[in-house]
Design a protein around this ligand. Structure first.
Ligand code: PEP
Ligand code: MG
Length: 589
């Protein structure tokens, strides 16, 4: 009988094929006592050392493969994997456990990795949570080497094979890609875990986070995977197959149309231009941004340069990264955001105090201002890179004008130093802030006197306005960008910006969600920065819509007082206009 399962839509497109279930999460790990003496501890540690070395060599050769074969793909995952394999803390934890329990190394190592992944999963920060599957898959690679059964891993794929696994590493995904895998389904993972990013880059349909799916589906089962809305259908009936074949054809036709859209400008029916820019988290995404036809980078989250490392990157290291990105995008602008760490995004080499409410704590600009050396290094690196293209500098989590004055003083100090050192930079570099706290909005008319531009960070703005933790799944259904209070705030921001002739854009996730596109246009926003994968779809909506219909939608939405009514109304309006996206609009938000 036809069975239906729901997961997270990680990579769009539909695939129909036959399941190959990887049972590796159920890898049998032996458990036995070892002799209670130093020699046996040494022997177990030596086994681990050999397996870690072997795994590292496998990752090194994968990195070479990647460079030769694909060039553009993520090597960031491999760097992180090697860092984990070489981490002295990992070995320290294993050794401590060994000395405590005198159990075999396979059992201890598996326990330590599980514990590590568990800690990441429990983190309030989505970046850390989404690294948990990576840690598990790297751990599994070491374990298979430790148990000497590496060879049995890669199954033979047929032309219509769909991989169903507990989790996959990007490494494995590339192997399956080369074997023409049709789709992948996994039990764990998040939309921004490396394997999801890569599935999108390789255009492999993927549904992730389907609980227990490797226990439910059998190898050989017929499957439909709908990566656009996160559906997996097992044993589909003939009618369902016919329906999905039709949907698949339609969506392929639609994608081909999207690809044909004029690459450069994006205009509404009346000819009014809307700028679509990309958000960049890690440098490896650059190639993808270049293909998305974005008109610049509206938000470069630099904190990821500081995480996943043993020590803070130097000014020179940062300069090289910023310069590469600025040159790649030239003449388009690249807005580089000063590190937004602290709170839950804590690089291991920095010291912190324990905080009860990290999201209301030492993060963003507060953190940067109390780490002057670090801030100055970053500002200097950005200024130096500004000489090579169109760079702008942006500060996160600003609450008041005092903070702006302080960072402006740092900016001037860095400019003076560079001038004295006779280093070229753009003396007129634009300086802006994220507006993502209610206080920055209440003060916006006065803030406009001090900055060149503002960018609305809806992710934090919703969190702080509605008092809803953005990382807490229990309350996520209340995290509603179209909450009537949010609509009024977004309207107020646009009105003040127009009155003060200050540039405004949106770079929170709301900007890249097609359901809200016309609402934002109706409110008056003309510059949206989003995940590059969303640009073609948002663009297709915009070029097929007019300003007047967007304004009609927004006007009505602003009149409604119930948040449920607002979202129901927006969904209905968008479905009426874009029938082919009906499923997407119904299920994706
Ligand atoms: C935001 O808060 O909307 C934003 C874009 O910044 P981040 O998601 O990095 O906090
Ligand atoms: Mg933010």
């Amino acid at each position: 009988m036809e069975q239906f399962y729901k997961g997270i839509p990680a990579s769009g497109r539909i695939a129909i094929g036959t399941a190959i279930v990887l049972k590796r999460s159920n890898l049998f790990i032996p458990k036995y006592n070892i002799k209670r003496n130093g020699d046996s501890i040494e022997k177990e540690l030596k086994k681990l050392e050999t397996a870690l070395g072997q795994t590292k060599r496998q990752f090194d050769s994968l990195r070479n493969d990647l460079k030769e074969d694909t060039g553009a793909f993520e090597t960031g995952y491999i760097d992180a994997a090697i860092l984990m394999l070489e981490d002295p803390l990992l070995k320290e934890r294993v050794t401590t456990e060994l000395k405590k329990s005198y159990l075999n190394i396979e059992w201890i190592f598996n326990d330590v990795v599980d514990e590590l992944a568990d800690q990441l999963m429990k983190s309030g920060d989505y970046y850390f949570r989404e690294r948990a599957p990576d840690v598990l898959s790297i751990g599994q690679k070491v374990l298979t080497n430790l148990m000497g059964n590496e060879d049995e891993i890669t199954p033979v794929l047929h032309t219509d094979s769909i991989i169903v696994a507990h989790t996959l590493s990007p490494h494995e995904l590339i192997q399956y890609y080369k074997m023409h895998v049709k789709a992948v389904v996994t039990e764990i993972g998040g939309k921004t875990s490396h394997v999801s990013i890569m599935a999108r880059d390789l255009e492999i349909p993927a549904v992730i986070g389907v609980p227990e799916i490797t226990k439910i589906i059998q190898t050989g089962d017929r499957l439909i995977v709908d990566g656009t809305i996160g559906n997996v259908i097992c044993h589909p009936e003939n009618d369902t197959i016919t329906l999905y074949e039709y949907k698949k054809k339609e969506s392929e036709k639609y994608e081909n149309q999207l690809k044909k859209i004029d690459k450069k400008t994006c205009c509404l029916k009346e000819g009014i231009e809307v700028l679509l820019l990309a958000n960049l988290d890690v440098e490896e995404e650059l190639a993808f941004i270049e293909h998305s036809h974005s008109q610049g980078i509206g938000l470069f989250r630099t904190e990821y340069i500081f995480l996943n490392r043993k020590e803070s990157p130097s000014e020179d290291e940062q300069f090289i990264i910023y310069k590469r990105i600025i040159e790649a995008l030239d003449p388009y602008e690249v807005t580089i955001r000063i590190i937004d760490i602290g709170g839950d995004k804590k690089p291991p080499y920095m010291s912190y105090i324990e905080e009860k409410n990290p999201f209301l704590g030492w993060r963003g600009i507060r953190f940067a201002l109390s780490n002057r050396m670090l801030l100055k290094q970053q500002v200097r690196a950005i200024l130096r890179a500004s000489n090579f293209g169109n760079a702008r500098i942006m500060f996160p989590m600003v609450n008041d004008i005092d903070e702006i004055l302080e960072v402006k003083a740092v900016l001037e100090e860095c400019k003076d130093e560079l001038s004295k050192e006779k280093i070229d930079f753009n003396h007129e570099i634009s300086m802006g802030i994220m507006v993502e706290t209610p206080s920055s909005i209440i003060l916006l008319d006065r803030i406009s006197e001090y900055v060149d531009f503002v960018s609305v960070g809806t992710n934090d703005l919703i969190q702080y306005t509605l008092a809803i933790d953005r990382g807490n799944g229990k309350v996520s259904s209340n995290f509603e960008p179209t909450h009537p209070a949010m609509l009024r705030i977004l309207k107020y921001i646009i009105e003040i910006s127009a009155e003060k002739k200050m540039e405004v854009s949106i770079c929170g996730e709301m900007a890249g969600e097609p359901l809200y596109t016309l609402l934002l246009i109706g409110l008056g926003y003309r510059k949206l920065s989003m995940s590059p994968t969303r640009i073609p779809l948002v663009k297709s909506i915009l070029i097929n819509s007019s300003l007047s219909e967007s304004q009609d939608i927004t006007k009505r939405a602003l009149e409604l007082v119930s948040k449920k009514d607002v979202i129901r109304y927006i969904r209905e309006q968008m479905i009426n206009r874009f029938k082919t996206l009906e499923d997407y609009f119904r299920q994706n938000v």
